[in-house]
Structure formats: C-alpha cells, structure tokens
Design a protein around this ligand. Structure first.
Ligand code: ATP
Length: 455
C-alpha cells in the first residue's frame, strides 16, 4: 500500500486520475476533478456497489432523486437545526478550524497559538437561493446526504413496486458539505459522492439487520481489494452519534493519514420517516421528532399480522465514493524491486475496478498490417462490454507496459508479425502483477478475456 498521501497525489496527477479543482485559477479548496482514468475508476466502483446492492439482491430498488429539494426537507430532517460541527477561531492568525479534533488542548493548527475562542456551532449545509426573487423564503440547501431523497420518495417507491418489509432503496449521488477544514486530498472535501442504502424493516428487527449490514458492507470492501488487516470497526457512542442515530458502526480504513471513516452503518430507527410523515401522532413513534406541519403524506406501511400502519425502522449503510476511491488507490499502490535491480510502480487494482481493462499494443508503429490487426482486436474486445479497451500505438511496448502497470491495466496484448500471417494467429498477453507473458490464439481471445474479467 501507499505510505504517504504525496505519492498518491503525485501519481493521480501524473497519470490523469485526479486533479485539483479550478487549478488554473489557483484552485478551489475541497473540490477535486476526476480525470480520464479517475472517472473510469470511480464509475467502476459505483457499478460494483450498484451490482452488489441492487442487482445481486431481490429486496432493494434503485433511485436517483434531485439534489435540490424543498427547504422543508431539511427543516424536518433535523439538518437545519443540528447538522453542525464545532468551530473555533484563532485570535492570533484568524484561522478557523474544526474543534472536535483538538481534544482537550486547544492549539491553533495553523500558527500554534493557544489563544483560540470557545467552540461554536457551524452549520455545514450550503445555503442557496432558488428562483429570480431573493427574499426570506426563497432559499434552500444543497443536500448534505443523499438519504433525504429516499425518505421523501418512500411512499412513491412502495406504491409503484408493491414492496413489503423488509426492503431497501439504494442511491448514488453528489452531496455537499461546507467543511470547515477540508484536507487530506479527496478524503474530506466539500463536494463528494455517496453510495447510500436505506434498508427498511419492522421495529424490533432493526438490531439484527444492523449487524447483518455491518458484516455485508465489510465483505464488500474486501471484495474491492482492501486488506482485512487495514479495516477496523468503530462503535460510535454518546455525543458523536448523529441526531438521528440509535447506534452507528463506522468502518475505518488505514488511509495514509491513519485509520479514518470510510463508511458509516447507522440504525436511524423510525426517526426519518417519522419526521417526514403526516399524522405523526397516529404511529407511536419511538424517535423524538419535530412536529410536522407541512408533510402531505403518511410514510407508513400496513402490517398485516398486527393489522395496523407502522412507520418502519431504517438501517443505513452510507459509504463515501471518493473515500472509496482513495482507499482502493492506497491499497493497490505498490512499489516493487525487480530482479534486474530496477523498480516499478504497480497499481494492483482488482480487475473489475481497473480504468483500462486491456491495452492492445502493436509491436511496430508503422507496419500497417500489424496496426490494423491490433485495431481489429481492440474493436472486437470492446464489444464484450467490459469497460475501456485501449488501442495504443506508440511503438514502444516496454514503456507501454510500465505505464499500464502504473495505472493498473491488468492485461496488455502485444500484436506482432505473427498475427497477420494467418487467421487465428497468436498474440502475447502480458499480466500486470506477475509480468508473465503467455501466447493466446486471436480466435480464443474474446473467451480468454471474458473468463479473466467475469468471475
Ligand atoms: P466525518 O466524521 O469524517 O466528517 P461523517 O461521520 O460526518 O464523516 P457521514 O455523515 O456518516 O460522515 O457520511 C457518510 C459517508 O460519507 C462517510 O462515511 C464518508 O465516507 C462520506 N463523507 C462524509 N463527509 C465527507 C466529506 N466531507 N468528504 C468526503 N466524503 C465524505
């Protein structure tokens, strides 16, 4: 794994994974842009999540809700009142910082001064104006989590799919938090993506489902290539629990800057549906909620056994996609000494996450037949639907191998003279991790490649 954040930042910029946002204007703190390879890696991680959470299960539906929502969503979700971090100001250098990392000794992390203010609450939501009029009523917020769009669509999804408990709704999308101190590359940013599942169950079955989801989510991260020894659980207690949570287990990963949260699995009880529902008094809610004077809809389901309407409990595994990208990059980053005394950087990404699945390299740059044969192979493999297959004609295969090691391309195919001489001629397939080369007949290539990636 990577030892420092700097080596990752440098690789990401050099090879086109991740760039500082608005770089040509001096940057924008807490915002990053995903480059040609970064967008592929990120999409692959999203796809893996969607497959595991939606396609592989038969009890989860997908959703893609709007980012801007009615301001009442945030009034009743509790975010307007309580989605804050404690902030302190330094009297000496005027810096502002998040206070909850400071523990008992309060020292400015910019200048070292101990002259800092008492912590005060800072709301992390971005406020924005909607429509051409600017007045006291015309505001809303950018969503700080995707979850609220799931709760507000609960009834729509139940009515349109006839779902009964237990079932879940999954969503991937952007969230925004005006973090006081964004830092550690893409770990803490102001614009990020979340992969969230809200899993609804009967009250009383919540603790069991919570345990189940913690286990399932850990296994999923292992399937993405994270090593078990680099994952820890943290049981969140007391003041650190979010306003909606009865119990939260954080899944921590050993990032270059230490063990930090990758995903939180929270038991949100009946808080959210209870907060957003009409006729709250009918349901005997367990959570303490604000009295709702605006909702038009009951967010409950019929419990046929008990013959009454109940507001389900909700278990939420909420993962940060950017933190996921950072974790898989950290884990995959490998520096290897080779037998001949040189060294190489290899990104040992799981094949399903690799930005480029296969690179097809003609051995000779100017030999038309070889180049055409390589292009034909690329086109054929691209149709398999595995992701990006790259045709690359630089004429320097050795350099190509090194570059593809560094960006994690699992297989390179070299096309040389032999290939053009007869139908079904052999090509050389070179493996990223072992650097082993094997000869495969072009006629067998599609099934060889499919077998390699689809398993
Ligand atoms: P932290 O304590 O690190 O601020 P959190 O507990 O506030 O995180 P949650 O509200 O549980 O985070 O959000 C769920 C997930 O969303 C987190 O586990 C993380 O992966 C991701 N996430 C939250 N805030 C950020 C951020 N500022 N930048 C990147 N990812 C984030």
């Amino acid at each position: 794994p990577a030892k420092t954040m700097d080596e990752l930042v440098s690789l990401c910029k050099r090879r086109g994974f991740i760039f500082q946002g608005s770089e040509i204007y001096g940057g924008m703190q807490g915002a990053y842009d995903y480059g040609p390879l970064g967008v592929e890696l990120k999409n692959n991680l999203k796809d893996a999540w969607w497959r595991a959470m939606v396609y592989d299960r038969d009890d989860v539906e997908g959703l893609d809700a709007a980012i801007i929502q009615n301001k009442y969503v945030y009034k009743y979700s509790g975010h307007e009142d309580t989605f804050t971090d404690p902030m302190v100001d330094c009297h000496d250098c005027k810096a502002r910082m998040r206070a909850d990392h400071m523990k008992d000794i309060k020292v400015c992390d910019q200048c070292g001064s101990t002259k800092v203010t008492e912590p005060r609450d800072f709301n992390l939501m971005f406020k924005t104006n909607v429509g051409p009029m600017v007045n006291e009523e015309s505001y809303t917020y950018l969503r700080p989590e995707t979850a609220q769009g799931i709760f507000t669509n609960f009834k729509n999804v139940v009515d349109s799919t006839s779902r009964a408990l237990p079932f879940g709704i999954a969503q991937i999308g952007k969230s925004f938090r005006n973090e006081i101190t964004p830092r550690n590359f893409i770990f803490r940013v102001r614009e990020f993506e979340q992969m969230e599942l809200e899993f609804f169950c009967k009250p009383g079955e919540d603790e069991q489902w919570h345990d189940t989801w913690v286990k399932l989510r850990k296994q999923w991260w292992l399937d993405q290539g994270l090593a078990e020894e680099n994952i820890q659980f943290e049981y969140v207690t007391g003041d650190d629990l979010a306003h909606y949570s009865k119990a939260t287990v954080d899944i921590l990963y050993k990032f270059p800057h230490g063990y930090e949260e990758l995903e939180g699995v929270a038991n949100r009880t009946d808080y959210d549906l209870g907060s957003h529902t009409k006729a709250q008094e009918e349901f005997g809610l367990s959570a303490k909620v604000k009295k709702n004077e605006h909702s038009t809809t009951k967010l409950a389901v019929r419990d046929l056994e008990e013959n009454k309407n109940v507001v389900p409990f909700c278990i939420e595994p909420s993962a940060g996609l950017d933190r996921g990208v950072l974790a898989v990059l950290t884990e995959a980053y490998t520096e290897e000494e080779l037998e001949n005394g040189s060294s190489r950087i290899v990104l040992k990404l799981k094949p399903h996450l690799a930005p480029i699945k296969v690179a097809v390299l003609p051995l000779k740059k100017n030999k038309t037949e070889i180049v055409e044969a390589a292009k034909a192979i690329k086109n054929r493999l691209q149709k398999l639907g595995l992701g990006r297959i790259l045709f690359e004609n630089t004429g320097n295969v050795g350099k190509g191998y090194r570059r593809h090691d560094e960006v994690g391309t699992p297989l390179c195919i070299t096309v040389d003279f032999d290939t053009i001489e007869q139908e079904g001629a052999p090509v050389t397939v070179r493996h990223r991790d072992t650097m082993a080369q094997e000869v495969v007949n072009t006629a067998d290539l599609p099934s060889f490649i499919l077998n390699y990636f689809v398993n």
